[in-house]
Ligand binder design. Sequence first.
Ligand code: SF4
Ligand code: SF4
Length: 234
Amino acid sequence: MKDQKNRHTGKEKADFSRRDFLKLSKNIAVGAGVAGILPSMIWLEDGVAAIPVSEGYLLVDTKKCQGCMSCMLACSLVHEGEENLSLARIQVVQNSFERFPVDLTISQCRQCTEPACMEACPTGALHIDTKHGNIRTINEEECIGCMECVKACPFMPGRAIYNDKKEKALKCDLCADTPYWDEPGGPGGKQACVEVCPVGAIKFTKDVPKQKGDEGYVVNLRGRSWRRLGYPRR
Ligand code: SF4
Ligand code: SF4
């Protein structure tokens, strides 16, 4: 309760740079409030509310990716204690009817500046974690398993997934909360998928990617040696 109260004080304004916020009009903010988004917002002057952007993002290079799925297994392992592709918060999808370079896609959570999943959550379980670099994350205890966030994600495959066993939704937290991995995560720490990828096809960045389309998130991570291996440099 105390945390929530502090989000609305003048002190809070001084703690964050204005450039770090996406500003929303009062009408949008009030509308979103019905869905439980208000506690995650920071109020500026004159009824203007802001959603703080995440301080970290995952970028991927699908041309570099070998499809080994180590990233998916590592993600599930560090969070759930089991190697289960259905519990991975990053999805690698291979289409055997297509050929390189469009035979494979990596779908990582985009930590959207305007998170539809958070706006859809009726309980506020899906919230902005200001203690961990403003990641969009799920408080498992508050999740009622309604799957509204799963349905609201505008991307395919959806970046929020459902754990049938626990009857809770899951999404990428940039490894801020990894009960089975003793490493500090989140924007200030390490991400299991980045660490485990044998070819460096996933990268962490603090810069906000371009939000429209995929080009901000699907990038070229290839160095000079990749041309010698027969991969295109561009
Ligand atoms: S950053 Fe962590 S939570 Fe996110 S996809 Fe990678 S391993 Fe999973
Ligand atoms: S670990 Fe790296 S190479 Fe393997 S599937 Fe994931 S992104 Fe691709």
